[in-house]
Ligand binder design. Structure first.
Ligand code: SAH
Length: 240
């Protein structure tokens, strides 16, 4: 009997310690919040003026989506390496792509290239539901765990080749590709609602042109071109 009580007590203590550890690990301090405010000012000076986008960026603790060793620099406008040779995009790129999507509160969005999960978190604050696909299983699993711990409950992640999209859940109001596509991804464009946007960086070189494509009707798409950005390539297949 005494042993059972001890076991229960020990279990409780371990649970509390785990909570304290997690709370410390996932801390969003006044310092982080202050640095985020400065980042928002920097984004404004770079012509990001959409208040909803800025407010979403201001709410997501970017420092938790990257390696601890970069924490001090998490609110600089630079990309950082994440596992598997991939990157978390710089905040300007995240803000710009998010702005291009012109999100509505009830939009269902598909993201290709979950990476750290940061962009998905930003999107999730501006729409109803985010589905995000990642081709590297460890990246997907890590992001899934973090997004759950941070209570982003309207995001669902998939380990899959993003070129295939999610035909069973289509059509989507908006699609965002956060890796460089070598050519227009027809399969994904077919998963867009009429009137919906797909935003993607197009090109094989160091720099890719940002495009926003709108589906006008079943067969017609129109295209707008924006600046050049630098993304890791979108590659076929999955990696365990
Ligand atoms: N949105 C991410 C940044 C992504 S970097 C963030 O906020 O951190 C681009 C990501 O796209 C990488 O993680 C890469 O593995 C992934 N990727 C590349 N090709 C892909 C494909 N075919 N399907 C799904 N993900 C892909």
């Amino acid at each position: 009997m005494l042993i059972i009580i001890h076991m229960i007590l020990l279990n409780r203590i371990l649970q509390v310690l785990k909570c304290i550890y997690l709370a410390n690990m996932l801390q969003d301090s006044f310092r982080h919040k202050g640095l985020r405010k400065q980042l928002i000012e920097e984004l404004k000076s770079m012509n990001i003026t959409d208040t909803a986008v800025l407010s979403a960026i201001n709410q997501v603790p970017r420092h938790l989506f990257m390696d601890k060793s970069f924490e001090e620099r998490a609110y600089e406008n630079v990309p950082f390496p994440i596992d598997r040779g991939q990157t978390i995009s710089n905040p300007y790129t995240v803000a710009f792509q998010t702005w291009l999507l012109q999100l509505n509160k009830n939009d269902v969005v598909l993201e290709i290239g979950t990476g750290s999960g940061y962009q998905a978190a930003v999107l999730s604050l501006l729409c109803d539901k985010v589905y995000s696909i990642e081709r590297h299983q460890p990246l997907m699993l890590k992001s899934k765990k973090l997004l759950k711990q941070l209570n982003y409950n309207n995001i669902q992640l998939f380990f899959k080749d993003g070129f295939l999209g999610l035909p069973n859940l289509a059509p989507f109001d908006k699609i965002l590709i956060t890796a460089a596509v070598p050519e227009l991804p027809n399969t994904l464009m077919q998963q867009l609602k009429i009137g919906g946007y797909i935003v993607l960086p197009l090109g094989n070189g160091e720099q890719q042109e940002m495009l926003r494509i709108q589906r006008k009707d079943k067969l017609t798409f129109t295209q707008e071109q924006f600046n050049y950005f630098s993304f890791v390539p979108m590659l076929k297949g999955t990696v365990n």
